[in-house]
Design a protein around this ligand. Structure first.
Ligand SMILES: [Zn+2]
Length: 177
């Protein structure tokens, strides 16, 4: 995985690009939903193995789970009317899915169970798109020597592009004002 903070920065910035004016709760959920999938690490403490269905990058990283998270957060943020609910559901599903798509761009670990529960095959993007260095998962591996190349890779491939996208949206909003 990229680091949790990078996942959240990407989902937040993409959300802000899609919808510039946001309430505090929408901004908070937009930030949080980018990292929710990695809560599956808790399973490790209950004996769930990495490649189990409920293991890391398993069910929790599927498109169906992104859609369920999108449904819950969308419901919390929507106003009256089906179009509001549908809009927020799509919004949070897209933001939550960024986590899975970014994990598919990483250089290590196992792929994500994109189509769980129908298929538990693990997927990555083709090699030429796997450019984000994988972050260590265990706390005792969190040393500067291991994390520095990960941060540099995330800066280049995640933070820089999403900041450019956000900047373009900001210019658009500034011109409109
Ligand atoms: Zn992940």
């Amino acid at each position: 995985m990229p680091t949790v903070i990078s996942h959240s920065i990407v989902s937040f910035a993409l959300g802000k690009t899609i919808k510039w004016k946001q309430s505090t709760s929408v901004a908070f959920y937009s930030f949080a939903c980018g990292s929710l999938s990695d809560l599956d690490f808790v399973g490790r403490y209950f004996g769930i193995k990495y490649l189990d269905h409920w293991g890391h990058r398993g069910w929790s990283h599927s498109l169906l789970m992104a859609s369920i998270i999108g449904l819950v957060l969308g419901y919390l943020c929507s106003q009256k009317g089906w179009y509001s609910k549908l809009g927020w559901w799509l919004y949070f599903t897209v933001l939550t899915s960024t986590h899975t798509l970014l994990d598919m761009c990483t250089t290590g670990g196992h792929g994500v169970a994109l189509y769980a529960p129908w298929s538990h095959l693990r997927h990555f993007f083709p090699d030429q798109f796997r450019v984000v260095r994988v972050s260590p998962m265990h706390f005792h591996h969190f040393t500067w020597e291991k994390l520095a190349p990960v941060f540099m890779s995330e800066l280049l491939w995640l933070i820089l592009p999403i900041t450019c996208l956000l900047f373009v949206r900001w210019v658009f909003e500034a011109r409109r004002a």
